[in-house]
Design a protein around this ligand. Sequence first.
Ligand code: CUK
Ligand code: CUA
Length: 641
Amino acid sequence: MKNYKFQLLSLFGVLLLLSSCGNNNGQNKSSGALNSSAAEKVYVAPGEHDEFYAFMSGGYSGNLTVYGLPSGRMFKEIPVFSQFPTTGYGYSEETKPMFNTSFGFVPADDSHHPDISQTNGELDGRWLFINGNNTPRIARIDLQTFETAEIIEVPNSAGNHSSSFITENTEYVVAGTRFSVPIPQRDIPIKDYKGNFKGALSFISIDPEDGNMEIKFQLMMPGFNYDLSHPGRGKSHGWFFFTTYNTEEANSLLEVNASQNDKDFIAAVNWKKIEEYVTNGGGTKMPSNYAHNVYDEHTHTATSTMKKEVLMVDPTKVPGAVYFLPTPKSPHGVDVDPTGSFIIGNGKLSADLTVHSFDKMIAAIEAKKFDGEAYGIPILKFEDVLAGTLKSGGLGPLHTEFDGKGNAYTTFFISSEVVKWKVGTWEVLDRKPTFYSVGHGMIPGGNSRKPFGKYFVSMNKITKDRYLPTGPELEHSAQLYDISGDKMELIYDFPTHGEPHYAAGIPAELLAPKSKKIYRLDDNKHPDAVLSPDGAKVVRKGNEVHVYMSMIRSHFTPDNIEGIKVGDKVYFHITNHEQDFDVPHGFMMIGQNNSGLLIMPGQTKTSVWEPKQPGVWPFYCTDFCSALHQEMQGYVRVSPA
Ligand code: CUK
Ligand code: CUA
């Protein structure tokens, strides 16, 4: 709250604070407007299913949560960049490699922006990509299994914020760099930032068959801060747009240093041109270490590879590759409308919203009408590319979504509201307060050529009184607006887990029928699986002991294990032999200092236990699986070394 006040005062001064921030004090007027029809709109009867999935980023939890809309019910937390004791993700031997990076084992991150794969600009529901903002990474979630299938590290980057947005045929997912850094990293004085620090933008190709990611090329850009990005679509397909701030290249962002330029830039990158350049042998191979971790659902095992180089492209060597569009003031989100005609710069230190025209941008480029250059990259004239300005009276615009009916919805952090406006006429159609201080908004498909403009979800940054108090730490809130009519109607509030920065929504009918129900035992290619209880055995290799174990209602085989000594490293390779889809079993060993396991039917997972004391030590199943669940147990006898 302290920072927030500081922001208000320092950015707009006391006058603006007094004049237009009343919505922030809306505690007492927040819920009165709801009527009983709102309840009907969000009510999903017991046993009925929701109309949409909403995948919400988990912020500093490093994970992703799955909700239903309109009910606001949470279905699942998908562990991505963080260890997850609930299932053993990141603790099991099979999944530890998912956290390999050039920095070593990194089992935590800050996830911001999920984006669902597209075909011809429409959601296809194959995969979801999400960024790790802290240790720069991108993860791919398989939307058949709802599991993390791949994590690629992004070298030469720091703060992968402008990610993980994808092109309209899922050709590329991009990564940016919120912090510019010395490239290659080296020991230099921080005050030598200007001119020495660089920002690498990464274009990561996606295999159309299996979704595997590969860093195709990086662009060595000037040392600005690259905040967010958005792909062109339709007529602007082939372009990618990145917001920048700190074009002053200050090494300390106290406001005296940065935010002096009246306008920063949106960088327009013609990736098709650069793709052609690298296909013809352009670019320089640059030594760069980064991890590429892939999880195979047949072996139930992740493998990690350390890569050694990237292809670096100097944008000034590729004519027509990159242009700068001046945009007021420190733009945060950049959004492209469903037709691909308009590029919206959400200047967070501005009251107005700037809309650039893609057609005007192309015309200015063809006429070579430039207003100088920055590090060899041409700057277009603001007036030449401007399509219009939304003068809404809102303060602190952050992000814009679209409903597919020609309307846009912009979130305003400082004035805490959502403003609906008409694309093309820049006319304000409606505005509704949010509780409190909205960051992103989300319309299912609102990021594609075909939005499903029925609901708008507001993801709010500041939490104070939406739910029963839970001590000093409160969950954030999401709010659901019905946007099917002319006016937005607030119909529901629900808490979210971690800080939700962004979300990706998709109609359930596009996803639910493809959801995988079971891992088949006859498809289990895990090297340590036992495919029938007869195969269960205990094998000693030096001081490693491998227990090949099966679990089926309601016993473990073997369940009495002897011959273990203090100092041994015991590997439990456990296969769930159930072939009914709804019978997971769990495994926990007394004193286990990593995590238990949750093992789905047909799956194999491995847990390591290092006994420290002689004795007879029990283990048991942690998931109530049958009337004989309490009988699902065993002992390990440990003898002195
Ligand atoms: S960010 Cu959080 S409100 Cu990381 Cu997309 Cu703008
Ligand atoms: Cu298996 Cu409880």
